[in-house]
Ligand binder design. Structure first.
Ligand SMILES: O=C(O)c1ccccc1NCC(=O)[C@H](O)[C@H](O)COP(=O)(O)O
Length: 213
């Protein structure tokens, strides 16, 4: 089955639906401006409900070291996701300071953005290709429910595992996988009833669509 990460989870029933449907990772958002943000003590409770074998990934946007230290010390994370304007050097720094693998999110609009992504290929443990945030409309660099041209990824070879994200939902994820060649996908708003409110039914439908591939 294509691997799936359900991002921006804030409730035990969303975790249960993700795990039951075969998700390989859940994402906890530590970006205060997000409607999906969780505080670290609650995040630690949620993380403890995630069974071994399902990764818990902490999402940060241009984090300060003291914020990372506080959260990584409190929440049992398997991986850090950097979703801001972090450089390759900063990715390497976070990896060595905190001893956790790092997934770097890269906003894709055109082929030039894929070339930019190459600079992270040897330093990040995983890459996540997401749509660009709409200029002047959203203050969030991710979780905007927007897709990019999936065919930009077709035929590209990467030395690190990568995930496709951006505007995926139960109705389009199969087409997105076919068009991009993705072996792993990430979803947030496409499995919500409204921003920050995950729908267990939509999570189940999303994962069922992947199982049918
Ligand atoms: O989800 C958020 O609120 C968020 C906030 C700030 C930075 C990144 C954020 N989400 C990142 C993700 O990994 C999302 O799953 C990804 O952007 C796809 O989102 P969507 O298009 O809503 O499925």
């Amino acid at each position: 089955m294509i691997q799936a990460k359900i991002c921006g989870v804030r409730t035990p029933d969303a975790i249960a639906a993700a795990v039951a449907g075969g998700a390989r990772a859940i994402g906890l958002v530590f970006f205060p401006a997000s409607p999906r943000a969780v505080d670290p003590s609650f995040a630690a409770e949620l993380a403890r409900q995630v069974p071994t074998g399902v990764q818990v990934i902490g999402l940060f946007v241009d984090p300060q070291n003291d914020d990372l230290e506080r959260i990584v010390g409190q929440v049992p994370l398997d991986m850090v996701q950097l979703h801001g304007s972090e450089t390759p050097e900063r990715v390497a720094d976070v990896k060595s300071r905190f001893g956790l693998p790092v997934m770097k999110a890269i906003a894709i609009g055109d082929a030039a953005d894929l070339e930019r992504a190459r600079s992270f290929e040897l330093v990040a443990d995983r890459l996540l290709f997401d749509a660009k945030a709409p200029a002047g409309v959203s203050s969030l660099p991710g979780g905007n429910g927007l897709a990019f041209d999936w065919t930009l990824l077709a035929g590209q070879r990467w030395s690190r595992p990568w995930m496709l994200a951006g505007g995926l939902n139960p109705d389009n994820v199969a087409a997105a996988v076919r068009a991009s060649g993705a072996q792993a996908v990430d979803v947030s708003s496409g499995v919500e009833d409204r921003p920050g409110h995950k729908s267990p039914a939509k999570i189940s439908a999303f994962l069922a669509a992947l199982r049918s591939l």
